[in-house]
Design a protein around this ligand. Structure first.
Ligand code: AMP
Ligand code: MG
Length: 319
């Protein structure tokens, strides 16, 4: 059983020994191991049941340290990194040989990020290696935003969960890559695309794929609860049977039991909605319901990333 605590020296010791530790970030909890130690990296894939073709993000605490692992930081990437790191932005950059192929699933780019969480930044500053850290959940399930989420599902498989409270942003990082002159969004996430475009100009959105091994974070089905989730446009959602849970944006659905309903943000605040999204999906998944109905949120700012997650959490028929 994992111990949950906020002792950096304990976390550090496990990581130095090549063991795994769950770490808090502002996006979601990560399942961290020494990114330069192949055995540690392999055990991340094993603990999560993650297919080897799904590359990991490496986490560090400064742009200078990132430069040890990447061969080039293009100008646009540097502009974004200086503005948004530490923060929910992951950059795909050409990897140096020091990064094991296992981390990048054999790709010649590596995903890098500086997370914005005081405890984890402190931990990273004390380590002589970067941390490979995918979300700390079994592959395909809802990402964890509280230490107890990690404990419920991976507690048997890891020795320590570094407790940094609830994740503030609540959805994964925005992933950007650079090809020729284009900036490509591989995954919508915690950073508003408008903010990115206001700094570096227009970006290109990469569509989802069911099998493209280049970017498995784009898998069509992901982040899914165990109960089937049916997704609706805002005005199209109607009450189902008595055994239905509801994920609503800002107001209760008339005619359905309120104890089976969760409101992402009564104030219509998309930041608050993102923060609550995964925790509420988990709550609904554990209620005595047979299915979950969810409504799309407004498609602007963080709403795009929220709707992306809802779409991939939903059953294909209504996706
Ligand atoms: P997770 O850490 O669980 O949020 O997943 C990380 C995601 O980052 C993966 O599923 C990939 O989609 C993406 N990723 C990481 N490295 C690369 C890469 N080199 N090229 C493309 N996508 C990547
Ligand atoms: Mg994940």
């Amino acid at each position: 059983m994992a111990v949950t605590g906020s002792d950096l020296s304990v976390a550090k010791e496990f990581l130095i020994k090549g063991e795994l530790v769950a770490i808090p970030t502002e996006t979601v909890y990560g399942l961290a191991g020494n990114a330069l130690n192949e055995k540690a990296v392999l055990s991340i894939f094993e603990a999560k049941n993650r297919p080897a073709f799904d590359p990991l993000i490496i986490h560090t605490d400064s742009i200078d340290k990132a430069a040890i692992y990447v061969a080039d930081i293009p100008d646009k990437a540097r502009v974004l990194a200086s503005r948004f790191w530490p923060g929910p932005l992951t950059l795909l950059l050409p990897k140096r040989q020091i990064v094991p192929d296992l981390v990048t699933s054999g790709l010649d780019t590596v995903a890098v990020r500086i997370p914005n969480h005081a405890l984890t930044l402190q931990l990273l500053s004390q380590l002589s290696f970067p941390l490979a850290a995918p979300s700390a959940n079994p592959f395909g399930y809802i990402s964890p935003t509280k230490p107890e989420h990690v404990d419920q599902q991976l507690g048997e498989r890891i020795p320590y969960i570094l407790d940094g409270g609830e994740c503030e942003v609540g959805i994964e990082s925005t992933i950007l890559g650079f090809e020729n002159d284009e900036t490509i969004v591989y995954r919508l996430g915690g950073l508003d695309i408008n903010e990115i475009e206001s700094l570096i100009g227009p970006v290109v959105l990469m569509p989802h794929s069911t099998s493209d091994p280049k970017a498995p974070g784009m898998l069509k089905s992901h982040y899914a609860p165990r109960k089937p989730l049916h997704l609706y446009r805002r005005d199209d959602i109607v009450p189902g049977s008595a055994e239905t849970g509801y994920l609503m944006f800002d107001r209760y659905l008339e005619g359905a039991d309120r104890k089976y309903q969760r409101l992402l943000s009564p104030n219509r605040d998309l930041k608050e909605a993102a923060h609550n999204l995964f925790a509420y999906l988990r709550e609904l998944d554990t209620l005595p319901v047979l299915e979950i109905k969810a409504e799309l949120v407004p498609s602007q700012g963080l709403g795009l990333a929220i709707n992306d997650r809802l779409q991939r959490a939903s059953v294909p028929a209504t996706a």
